[in-house]
Design a protein around this ligand. Structure first.
Ligand code: ZN
Length: 343
C-alpha cells in the first residue's frame, strides 16, 4: 500500500507539512486569492466560533491515498464495479455528507485558516457562507471579513425562497458583501425556477458576482445506481444553468463553482455562450484545467480550493502544472481575475 509520503514524492508542487497535510511546494513567489473557501461559523447545521482552538482537519472529502487519482476531477479513482443501489447507499451518502460538514465546521477556524494561507502563499480567502431556507449565514461571513479585512473577503448567501430576498441582497451589498453564493439541489426548487431567476436578477441589479456549486460526478456509472441516488448525484448538474443564464443579461457575472466537477467540458461550452460567466477551479485536474485554458483562455478562470473541505494545495498545484511556461495565464488565474471581480 502506498503511503502519503510516497504519493507526494511523485507529485509536482506538493509536499507534506509536519502535520502530514498537503501543502504547496514552490520556490518562487506567488500572489494568490482563493475564491472558494468556508469558515466554521458560516455553514449550516451548527455554528462554531472561528476564534476557538482548532481541531485538526481530516479533509474527509478527499479519498484515501489508495483511491486518489489527481488526473481526474474530484481526484477519485473510478471503481467500475462499485454499486450505489438501495437504501443503504443513500444513507451512506448522506451520512458521509454530514461528516464532511462537521469536519468543516470544527476545523474551519481562524488558526487553521491562516496557517493554510501562510503555508500556501495565499493572500486572501473569499469566504462563502452557505444558507438554507431556514438559516441565513450571511451576517456571520460579513463578520469574519470585518474582523480580518487583510485576509478574508465575504460573500453573502440568500435562499431563493427567503421572503426577504430582495431587501437582504441590498442590505448585504451595503455591508460589504462582494457577491452571493448558493448551494442548492434541483429537488429544492420543485420544478419552479422562477425564484432562483429572480434572485439572480436582484444580484445583477446590485452588481454581485454569483457563485453556485455546479456539477456532478461522472465517475459514478448510471447502471450501478438507483433512480433516487442518481437524482441526488445529478441535483446540481451543469445543464440546468443554460436555461437560467439565458434569462439574464449577457454581462451577468456568474461563476461555475468547481467548474462543474466532472462536467467541465460543458462548462467550457457555456463560458463561450455566456460572456459574463467564469469557472472556479476547485477539485479539477491539471488536464481539465488545461482543457479549459485552451477552450476559453485565461481571463475567466479563477483559482478556488473549497477549503476546508479540500486542502488549498491540491488545486493550487494543479493550476501550477497546467500553467507551466505560461506566466501570464498563471497570474490571471491565481490573482488577477479574482481581483477584478472583487473590486
Ligand atoms: Zn464549497
Amino acid at each position: 500500500m502506498m503511503t502519503k509520503q510516497e504519493f507526494v514524492k511523485k507529485e509536482k508542487y506538493l509536499k507534506l507539512n509536519d502535520d502530514g497535510d498537503f501543502v504547496v511546494d514552490y520556490d518562487g513567489k506567488l500572489e494568490i486569492i482563493d475564491f472558494h473557501t468556508h469558515i466554521s461559523n458560516a455553514l449550516p447545521l451548527k455554528s462554531v466560533d472561528p476564534n476557538k482552538k482548532a481541531k485538526k482537519l481530516k479533509y474527509l472529502t478527499l479519498p484515501s491515498i489508495e483511491n486518489m487519482d489527481l488526473s481526474v476531477p474530484y481526484w477519485t479513482k473510478l471503481d467500475p464495479n462499485e454499486k450505489n443501489k438501495g437504501l443503504m447507499s443513500i444513507i451512506k451518502f448522506s451520512s458521509k455528507g454530514y461528516k464532511i460538514f462537521k469536519d468543516m465546521i470544527n476545523g474551519g477556524t481562524y488558526d487553521n485558516c491562516f496557517k493554510s494561507q501562510r503555508e500556501n502563499m495565499i493572500k486572501k480567502n473569499v469566504v462563502l457562507p452557505i444558507s438554507t431556507k431556514k438559516s441565513d449565514r450571511s451576517m456571520e461571513a460579513l463578520k469574519v471579513a470585518k474582523e480580518h479585512p487583510d485576509k478574508l473577503v465575504a460573500f453573502c448567501s440568500v435562499h431563493p425562497h427567503d421572503p426577504e430576498m430582495k431587501q437582504k441582497i441590498k442590505k448585504y451589498k451595503k455591508l460589504g458583501a462582494k457577491g452571493l453564493k448558493l448551494k442548492i439541489a434541483e429537488m429544492e426548487m420543485k420544478g419552479d425556477w422562477k425564484p432562483l431567476i429572480d434572485l439572480f436578477k436582484a444580484c445583477y441589479e446590485v452588481d454581485f458576482n454569483v457563485l453556485l456549486h455546479t456539477g456532478s460526478l461522472i465517475n459514478i456509472k448510471r447502471e450501478n445506481t438507483s433512480n433516487l441516488m442518481w437524482k441526488l448525484l445529478k441535483s446540481s448538474r451543469v445543464e440546468i444553468f443554460e436555461e437560467l443564464l439565458k434569462q439574464l443579461p449577457k454581462d451577468f457575472k456568474f461563476v461555475f463553482g468547481h467548474s462543474g466537477i466532472g462536467e467541465y467540458k460543458l462548462v467550457a461550452e457555456y463560458l463561450k455562450k455566456f460572456p459574463g460567466s467564469y469557472a472556479e477551479l476547485s477539485c479539477q485536474s491539471a488536464g481539465s484545467i488545461k482543457y479549459l485554458l485552451e477552450e476559453v483562455g485565461h481571463e475567466r478562470l479563477i483559482f478556488g480550493s473549497d477549503w476546508p473541505a479540500l486542502p488549498q494545495a491540491i488545486t493550487l498545484s494543479r493550476v501550477l502544472i497546467a500553467t507551466e511556461g505560461n506566466e501570464e495565464a498563471r497570474k490571471y488565474i491565481l490573482y488577477k481575475n479574482a481581483e477584478k471581480l472583487l473590486k
